[in-house]
Each structure stands twice: as structure tokens, then as C-alpha cells.
Design a protein around this ligand. Structure first.
Ligand code: AGP
Length: 591
């Protein structure tokens, strides 16, 4: 998820574009670039890192330009890989948000025709394709070029000799900001609100041309009209997409995140290279916090589906007593790729001769430079300190890894993959029912202690649910395997300690229902998470959070989304600072 901008008007394009890009840095901030038309040439600046002070930068005079702030997906953050990208003659410049899935084959075809490429990006094929089609009419060349692209793309194109901008929207957001005698193109509304609140939301397949005579939009070769809407939001609201907090916005992005991560690894079959697992005798996960809980679910899945023994280590403890590394594969899970404890554990594992794989969300992060192999999650930038969408993306990669390593018959794997493909729909159903969860949160917000219990796959889900609640609501939440209660935690139960019980429709169901009855007998209020068709549980609990039916293996996703919402609305009810909770940081870069 990157941020792209275009400007056509009377102001200095460089200043307009750089300040607009700063408004889009929540979409990506590892590098940026701007191109301005100057005479019959293009002036371009590209930098690594976030923008910083706008005043620090200026390009040549010009009132037509494009810009990009990057969240690297193909090619690490660097000046070469930063956008805009150009054609061989430095006449055509392009900024892009999305992923061109067939870029490799297009690139090879263009190289055979003599085109020279300088970056590692998927995007660079676009200006070269346009160059191939260009006969003096920019929009015609763009229309022909995008027909060859597969994947998702929002692009803005400019030509050094043309007083116009051309833009395309396909499966990536793009808007027009309508000013008086000036027009703005952007990935999202915050980029234009300093200048106008009149916005047009482009639709899939729309191709836009802006010139001195105004703008026109085509779709499927026909000219179309799109409605101008007035946006009522402040800039801060807009960055959150109208949501009150980044955390809620990021929870609502989960269906797309699951789609993008599945898209990355699923073609005919599971397109995941596991050659790193050849000859291994065991797997050791190292991670911290939420990523540690994802590792626990990874252990459950891999042992259940492949029989390979798995250990999960707190990265911060691993370094003191690393297990012997025989034919051990070490998998480090880290959203940021910068968590000091996890990096140290990775370095230690390498020193001890283990192969190290990293499951990471941030391209070019330190973890990607230490690891031998990398599996990327496609959660995009996560702003809220509490990890939500990134956790779910980690689970999707772990499901695919366990299925790929499993020895199950192809038909069974296919069936499980099909059940995973419908996960975005199931998550949308849960998001539609968030009010029910909000009402229950209103009930539990008054407590200072909460206990989470589960069995089987439910244990790690409960631990992550408790961490979310702790992090943002400051309620003392603990999670236990339900079978552990009678060995001590029972002593804490009573009217002042509600229990959140995860009831999964698998071999643990009956005994878990018994545990719920035992908890209820000690007068604790009980909130159960259960399958929407379950009519039994409601007899024994105070509240039921009903979740769409799915394979018990996949409850780690459905139940976790519900627990993320429960923590969010409880913290909101308690008036907590949700996106930046006290004493915490998004990336813990100190040991
Ligand atoms: C989770 O909500 C927290 N932000 C924290 O526990 C986090 O998971 C932990 O610091 C690990 O971060 P990483 O995944 O970036 O390595």
C-alpha cells in the first residue's frame, strides 16, 4: 500500500505534491519521489526514508507533476526502487500503487526488445510498456499498455512534452480533488483536503485525462461521468478513513489483507517455496508479543498437519539458552522486522548453524537482511501500536506453510485451501455484527480483571485476545488453557472476574462446555465465543459472541477478529488512548 499523487494547476507542483505525500505517509513511508514537468523535460527527486520537512525540498518551476510515497513490496527501499519510474528516453514518468503480478514476463519481453531496466520493482515495466505504444497520443498509449497488466494498479502518468496527466484505477483506490482551475489526483482524500473538499471517487477500469481543457474519464472505451462529492472530514479523520482510530480502521482492512496475502501465495496451488525445509528434523519459532502468539498457532498447525516437532521460544529468552541446533529450521515472526529481541535471536540461531526463515511485514527491514529466506505478509503499513491486521496476515502465511509442508492427499489440501479462500467473506460478516460485540464490551468495561480460557487451538487465540485487552484497555487480562483453571486460577474467579471462553466445534467442545459450567458455578460472568449455529452454549453463559461457521482450524482468524473488536470497544468505553497506548511502542528496537 503506497500513496500516489498528481497535480495539474497553477501552483508550484513540487510543493503541492510533497505536502500531499506527507498526508499519505500512513500508507507507506520507506522512500518517496516527485517528478515535475519543466519545459520539455522532467525534473525528478527520489529519497529513502520519510519526507520530513517539506520546506527542505524544491524542484524546478512547474505546475504539472506526480509523486509517490512508498511501502515496498517488490525491491527493497532505495533511491533506485523509489518512484517515479521512467522509460528509456526519460520522457515518460509513472507512479504506481498496487502489485503487477505478471511484471516478470513483461519485463523479459521488453528486454528482448532492447529496453533497459534499472530497478527491482514491478512498476518499472509500466513506463516501458507505454513507450512501446506511444505514437504521440499519451492516453491512447496508456490504454494499450494497461491492457497487458495483471494485478492491482492505480497509476498516474506524465510525459515531458505533454501538458496533461493520465491516470488509471484498477483494484487500487484513486480519487480526483476538484479545485478552481486546478486538479489533484491521489490515493486517498487526506492528500487533497488542504486545497479542496470536492472529491470524485474513480471506479475500477476508469481512465482519467487532465489537461488545460479540464478533465475527462473513460471506462471500457466510453466517456463516463462521475459524481463530485463534498467530504465532511478533517484531515486527521480522513487519514483514518473516517474511522475514529487507526486500530478500528486496520481491523476493517482485514478482509483485503487476507485477500492480498492469499493472492501472494495462491495461484493454481500453494505457490510457496519451502525448499528451506529440506532435511529438517524440527522447527523452532522465535518471536515477541503478538508475533509470539502467532508462533504458538503455527506450532499447533504444523504439528497437527505435518507431524514435524515444533518449539516456540520467547525471542528475549532464546539467547540465554538456545536449544541445540541439529537439523533445526528457525522461523522468526516479526511484523516490523526491527524488534531487537527477535533480531538477536535470529543472529544467535545463525551463529549456531540453523537455517533462518523470517515471516515479515516490512520489506527491507533488518530481519529481511538477516534471514536466509523471507515469507512476506501483505498487511500494508500498520499504524496502531496494537497489532491486528498484521497478526491475521501472519496466520494466513502459517496456514499456507503448514498445508504446503503437510503430507495430506492433494484433495484434502485443496478443500482446506478453498475454505481459506472464503475467509474474507466470513470476516466481513463479523465486521457487520460489530455492534453486538460493542454492547458486550460496554458490559465488561467496568471490570479490572478478566480471564480468557480455551483448549487446543483456542489457547493461543485466548492469549492473543488477553494481550489486546491488556495493551489498550489496561484491564488485567490473563489467558489459560481451560484445563489449568482447577490447578490455581479458579481461586481468582467470582462476580468481579468475568471469563471469556472460546468454544471451538472440534474434539475440545464437550469438555470446554464443562469448564464453562465450572466457571459459572463460581459466579464469574461468562462471555462465550461460539459457532453461530450453536444453540447449547447460551444456556450456560451471560453473553454469546456468535461467529460464522468455519473449519475449526480457521477459528484462529474468526475468533481473533472478534477479540480484537472486543478489546477495541472495551478500551473505547474506558476512554483509553487506543492508537498510542501508554508505555508501548509500535516497534521495540531495544532489548
Ligand atoms: C502487539 O500488539 C504489540 N505491538 C507487540 O506485542 C508486538 O507484537 C511485539 O512488539 C512484536 O513486534 P513485531 O511483530 O514487530 O516483532
Amino acid at each position: 500500500m503506497c500513496g500516489i499523487v498528481g497535480y495539474f494547476g497553477f501552483r508550484r507542483a513540487d510543493q503541492v505534491i510533497i505536502s500531499a505525500l506527507k498526508r499519505l505517509e500512513y500508507r507507506g513511508y520507506d522512500s518517496w519521489g516527485v517528478a515535475v514537468k519543466h519545459g520539455n523535460g522532467l525534473e525528478i527527486i527520489k529519497m529513502v526514508g520519510a519526507i520530513g520537512d517539506v520546506e527542505n525540498y524544491s524542484l524546478a518551476e512547474g505546475s504539472i507533476g506526480i509523486g509517490h510515497t512508498r511501502w515496498a513490496t517488490h525491491g527493497k527501499p532505495s533511491e533506485i526502487n523509489a518512484h517515479p519510474h521512467k522509460d528509456c528516453n526519460n520522457k515518460i514518468a509513472v507512479v504506481h500503487n498496487g502489485i503487477i503480478s505478471n511484471f516478470q514476463s513483461l519485463r523479459e519481453e521488453l528486454e528482448r526488445k532492447g529496453h533497459k531496466f534499472s530497478s527491482e520493482t514491478d512498476t518499472e515495466v509500466i513506463p516501458h510498456l507505454i513507450e512501446e505504444e506511444y505514437r504521440g497520443d499519451l492516453i491512447e498509449a496508456v490504454m494499450k499498455a494497461v491492457e497487458k497488466l495483471k494485478g492491482s494498479f492505480a497509476i498516474v502518468v506524465m510525459h515531458a512534452e505533454k501538458e496533461e496527466l493520465v491516470a488509471v484505477r484498477y483494484k487500487s483506490p484513486l480519487i480526483i480533488g476538484v479545485g478552481d482551475g486546478e486538479w489533484f489526483i491521489a490515493s486517498d482524500v487526506p492528500a487533497v483536503l488542504d486545497y479542496t473538499n470536492r472529491v470524485i471517487y474513480l471506479e475500477d477500469g476508469d481512465i482519467l485525462r487532465i489537461g488545460n481543457d479540464g478533465f475527462k474519464i473513460w471506462n471500457n472505451g466510453k466517456e463516463v461521468e462521475r459524481r463530485v462529492e463534498t467530504v465532511p472530514w478533517s484531515i486527521e479523520d480522513a487519514e483514518k478513513g473516517g474511522y475514529e482510530h487507526f486500530m478500528l480502521k486496520e481491523i476493517h482492512e482485514i478482509p483485503r489483507v487476507v485477500e492480498d496475502t492469499l493472492f501472494e501465495y495462491l495461484s493454481e496451488g500453494i505457490d510457496l517455496d519451502v525448499s528451506f525445509s529440506a532435511g529438517i528434523s524440527e522447527i523452532v519459532f522465535v518471536a515477541c508479543g503478538t508475533s509470539y502468539h502467532a508462533s504458538l498457532i503455527g506450532k499447533y498447525l504444523i504439528e497437527k498437519l505435518t507431524g514435524i516437532p515444533v518449539r516456540v521460544e520467547f525471542a528475549s529468552e532464546f539467547i540465554y539458552n538456545p536449544p541445540p541446533m541439529g537439523r533445526t529450521l528457525v522461523i522468526a515472526i516479526t511484523q516490523s522486522g526491527e524488534t531487537a529481541d527477535t533480531l538477536e535471536a535470529m543472529r544467535m540461531a545463525k551463529k549456531l548453524g540453523a537455517k533462518v526463515v523470517a515471516i515479515v511485514n516490512v520489506l527491507g527491514s533488518t530481519a529481511t537482511r538477516i534471514a536466509d529466506n523471507i515469507l512476506y505478509t501483505r498487511a500494508g503499513p500498520e499504524i496502531s501500536v496494537a497489532a491486528t491486521k498484521s497478526f491475521i496476515a501472519q496466520l494466513v502465511v502459517l496456514y499456507l506453510l503448514a498445508l504446503k509442508l503437510s503430507k495430506m492427499p492433494g484433495s484434502e489440501i485443496e478443500k482446506l485451501v478453498d475454505e481459506l479462500r472464503i475467509m474474507p467473506e466470513l470476516v466481513r460478516k463479523i465486521l457487520e455484527r460489530e455492534e453486538e460485540i460493542e454492547q458486550i464490551a460496554e458490559e465488561i468495561a467496568k471490570y479490572e480483571d478478566i480471564m480468557y480460557i480455551g483448549r487446543g487451538i483456542g489457547v493461543a487465540i485466548a492469549m492473543e485476545g488477553a494481550l489486546k485487552m491488556k495493551e489498550i484497555s489496561y484491564i488485567h487480562a490473563e489467558a489459560y488453557p481451560a484445563g489449568e483453571l482447577k490447578h490455581g486460577p479458579f481461586a481468582l474467579l467470582g462476580r468481579e472476574t468475568p471469563v471469556i471462553a472460546l468454544l471451538v466445534s472440534d474434539e475440545t467442545y464437550e469438555i470446554m462446555l464443562n469448564n464453562i459450567k465450572e466457571v459459572k458455578a463460581r459466579e464469574s460472568p461468562v462471555i462465550a465465543l461460539a459457532d453461530e449455529e450453536d444453540r447449547e452454549v447460551e444456556k450456560y453463559v451471560d453473553f454469546v459472541i456468535r461467529l460464522p461457521k468455519t473449519n475449526p482450524l480457521y477459528t484462529a482468524i474468526t475468533y481473533s477478529v472478534a477479540l480484537q473488536l472486543l478489546a477495541y470497544y472495551t478500551a473505547k468505553k474506558r476512554g483509553c488512548e487506543i492508537d498510542k497506548p501508554r508505555n508501548l511502542a509500535k516497534s521495540v528496537t531495544v532489548e
